[in-house]
Design a protein around this ligand. Sequence first.
Ligand SMILES: Nc1ncnc2c1ncn2[C@@H]1O[C@H](COP(=O)(O)OP(=O)(O)OP(=O)(O)O)[C@@H](O)[C@H]1O
Ligand SMILES: [Mg+2]
Length: 231
Amino acid sequence: MKLREYKAFREDMAAITFTDEDISNITFDFDDNFAEGGLADIYKGFWGGREIAVKEYAQIHKQTWKVEKDFLLRLRHPNIIHLIGWNEQLNVSFLVLEYVESTLELKIPELDWPSTLKVIKQAAGAIGYINGNGIVIGDFKPNNILIDQGKNIKLIDFGSARFGDGYMAKKNDSYAAPEIIKANSNNASMCAGVQPYMVGNPSAFASSNSAIISRIPGGSLIFSNTLPGSL
Ligand SMILES: Nc1ncnc2c1ncn2[C@@H]1O[C@H](COP(=O)(O)OP(=O)(O)OP(=O)(O)O)[C@@H](O)[C@H]1O
Ligand SMILES: [Mg+2]
């Protein structure tokens, strides 16, 4: 779906600059500083009767805050985290986001096949929408995907997003596609892209790109025709 089709939706739900009054109305759950990201701290809070996540960037990471804010303002999709608002102060800047309880990384072991397919379809839809608008996420991985009780997903973490084509190397080599790893074989890496997750094949995990390359199958991949009984 193209951005212009979201125009009306976007205008209805435009993200806002949080005023001092809005900020004073947030009830923070400071005991629950529930995640420390690489560049930001994430707090849970309540605002306007709903749960929110506040992603706080220190001044030194202001540029990343701006990148994430600007891309989230452009991107409106049911499977992309909704930016409720933002605020810029002298020492910190933050984003106010809808709150979703878990990352996909934590839930992968519990997913049955129908839920796995649902996740894949929703992720593919969101990526298609993002790429269709000339944007590359740059850091697509299971802990940058949130999942709710109904197994609906929301992509998060757009601080590495860029305008560009789909072949741009990813920031995070640990989850890069095999062909990207082959092109950047000097960087350290942990696993070969989506294969270990989707096929559940631990042999694809390795601690260096040179070890991974030898495990990337040559030619075309052949998948079994038989799916688990639950499908
Ligand atoms: N809207 C949200 N609702 C619930 N949890 C969230 C939300 N946004 C982020 N989190 C949690 O905080 C973690 C870090 O968030 P995010 O990936 O956006 O930050 P980051 O600093 O860019 O992290 P990293 O560099 O480690 O990937 C997520 O993996 C997730 O556990
Ligand atoms: Mg992240």
